[in-house]
Design a protein around this ligand. Structure first.
Ligand code: HEC
Length: 85
């Protein structure tokens, strides 16, 4: 029983921490969704202009092992990060 309560707390806590990352209106909702699920656990949504398009390529390479993304998912996330309004 004690463990059950702990488990519930854990679920509630991680659920909340995910929701603190704001989502925005974008032409690339799929890329955003991936960003939020793959990167959002560790990062806020960066403002547009914080990084240049070519910087995102380098960042993606270094974050790949943390985010555990497939090549296909990386393409979607990069599209969102580079092209979003
Ligand atoms: C497990 C946690 C974790 C995940 C998942 C993760 N990152 Fe990171 N990220 C970090 C840490 C820690 C750093 C800083 C140290 C480093 O560079 O390794 C960082 C650094 C960065 C930086 C540089 C920040 C700065 O101010 O210079 C960017 C941008 C970034 N990550 C984007 C992403 C993107 C995009 C994804 C998803 C594809 C992602 N991260 C996934 C933990 C994470």
């Amino acid at each position: 029983m004690k463990y059950f309560v702990l488990l519930l707390l854990l679920i509630a806590f991680t659920g909340c921490s995910k929701q603190t990352v704001q989502s925005i209106n974008t032409k690339f909702p799929h890329g955003q969704k991936l960003y939020l699920s793959k990167c959002g656990g560790c990062h806020r949504l960066y403002d547009r202009g914080e990084f240049k398009p070519e910087q995102w390529d380098t960042i993606m390479v270094s974050m790949r092992s943390k985010a555990k993304t497939t090549a296909e998912q990386e393409k979607e996330i990069l599209l969102f990060l580079k092209e979003r309004e």
